[in-house]
Design a protein around this ligand. Structure first.
Ligand SMILES: NC(=O)c1ccc[n+]([C@@H]2O[C@H](COP(=O)([O-])OP(=O)(O)OC[C@H]3O[C@@H](n4cnc5c(N)ncnc54)[C@H](O)[C@@H]3O)[C@@H](O)[C@H]2O)c1
Ligand SMILES: O=c1ccn([C@@H]2O[C@H](COP(=O)(O)OP(=O)(O)O[C@H]3O[C@H](CO)[C@H](O)[C@H](O)[C@H]3O)[C@@H](O)[C@H]2O)c(=O)[nH]1
Length: 328
């Protein structure tokens, strides 16, 4: 299949592009390089530098399906500049859907997020939990999910929203390298690398066993595999929504401890105020993805997730990578 991957120069998009190529698909990456890297695009993919709003000419070149990663995704930035998220995420995604209609491309897999659930009443969180985003980033993704439901019904598009929990780890030579890093695991590893003196623990008075926030960390390679399954499950006229996580929560303190074990570095941690908008506990129920997509995470051990991220930060390649010759 010929697939357009928006945001394929980013962290998750580059991993999915690599797996699509390994599966024999033809991939075009459309990315404006705002947070992504040209050298993260696998060699066998065609790269087009540009905005998602300019997708029509690319779609018209025989594209059969879209996997849509391109977005702004820094929660604190969304609190300070919500309009960037309405224009950059909602506006750009609506333009992409319009271009798909105009060119007759009728399948899309979309990167949604656990942030649409805000502070959930029920944990593990099922897909039918209330959508109550606690920040404009989550709000923008919830709005795109709603637009996909409408487009599926009104325009016979087949859509799948994948609601990722906390993505971490690395795959082959593809990993997380954001200039503005807010995610816990890469920040902790920057301390181990000597790039930061300490890690701040945002709040130790949550209603959790050790008082720090609990999250569900999912290996990027497992997450990526769900996109290939979702693509095969895109049914015209239907919008499916699936949570993707391991179903196990780890506290911030536990994550730091695992990073100490993996890196052998003491990783000094300091207590800091709660980060505005952070829910205490986010853990996925991925039962629906397992039942309907046949998805099964295979790299659930947090040590392996951190070991892959650590190897990537040190050498540019995941610990579990296959030999160089086999990489796309
Ligand atoms: N990383 C996570 O833990 C996580 C969790 C939930 C959801 N998500 C979602 O997954 C997707 C990918 O996240 P990521 O961590 O790989 O982010 P990333 O920033 O590494 O990748 C996003 C890519 O999209 C590109 N991009 C952004 N706006 C664009 C535009 N208007 N036109 C063209 N290209 C554009 C960027 O240059 C970048 O290469 C995002 O939609 C994000 O909201 C990520
Ligand atoms: O320096 C840091 C960074 C993070 N944290 C804490 O670590 C936990 C994880 O924080 P991340 O920033 O790594 O991830 P979030 O849970 O805030 O958000 C991520 O996962 C969400 C869903 O769970 C959304 O998908 C969102 O897009 C994505 O950034 C939070 O409790 C946060 O307060 C710290 O204590 N110190």
């Amino acid at each position: 299949m010929k697939i357009l991957v928006t945001g394929g120069a980013g962290y998750i998009g580059s991993v999915v592009t690599a797996q699509l190529l390994e599966a024999g698909h033809d991939v075009v990456v459309l990315d404006n390089l705002s947070t992504g890297h040209r050298d993260a695009v696998p060699h066998a993919a065609t790269f087009v530098e540009g905005d998602v709003r300019e997708a029509a000419p690319v779609l018209a070149e025989g594209v059969e399906a879209v996997i849509h990663f391109a977005a702004r995704s820094v929660v604190p930035e969304s609190m300070a500049h919500p309009q960037r998220y309405w224009h950059g995420n909602v506006g750009a995604s609506l333009a992409l859907l319009e271009a798909m209609r105009a060119t007759g491309v009728n399948r899309i897999v979309f990167s949604s997020t656990a942030a649409v659930y805000g502070d959930p009443e029920e944990v593990p969180i099922p897909e039918d939990a209330a959508v109550r985003p606690g920040n404009p980033y989550g709000g923008s993704k919830a709005a795109i999910d709603a637009a996909l439901t409408e487009h599926a019904r009104m325009h016979s598009i087949g859509a799948v929203s994948l609601r990722y929990f906390n993505v971490a780890g690395a795959y082959e030579r593809y990993g997380e390298r954001h200039t503005t890093e807010t995610h816990l695991i890469p920040i902790v590893l920057q301390v181990a690398l000597g790039e930061r003196a300490t890690v701040s623990v945002f709040g130790d008075d949550y209603d959790t066993p050790d008082g720090t926030c609990v999250r569900d960390y999912i290996h990027v390679a497992d997450l990526a595999e769900a996109h290939l399954l979702a693509l095969a499950n895109c049914t015209p006229g239907r919008h499916h929504i699936y949570n993707l996580g391991n179903g196990t929560g780890f506290s911030v303190q536990q994550v730091i401890e695992v990073c100490r074990e993996v890196t052998g570095h003491p990783i000094p941690a300091v207590r800091a105020e709660r980060r505005p908008g952070d829910p205490g506990v986010l853990v996925a129920s991925s039962a629906l993805a397992q039942a309907e997509l046949g998805w099964q995470p295979r790299r659930s051990d947090l040590h392996q997730i951190v070991a892959d991220a650590w190897a990537f930060h040190q050498t540019g390649t995941a610990a579990s990578a296959t030999p160089a010759g086999e990489r796309p």
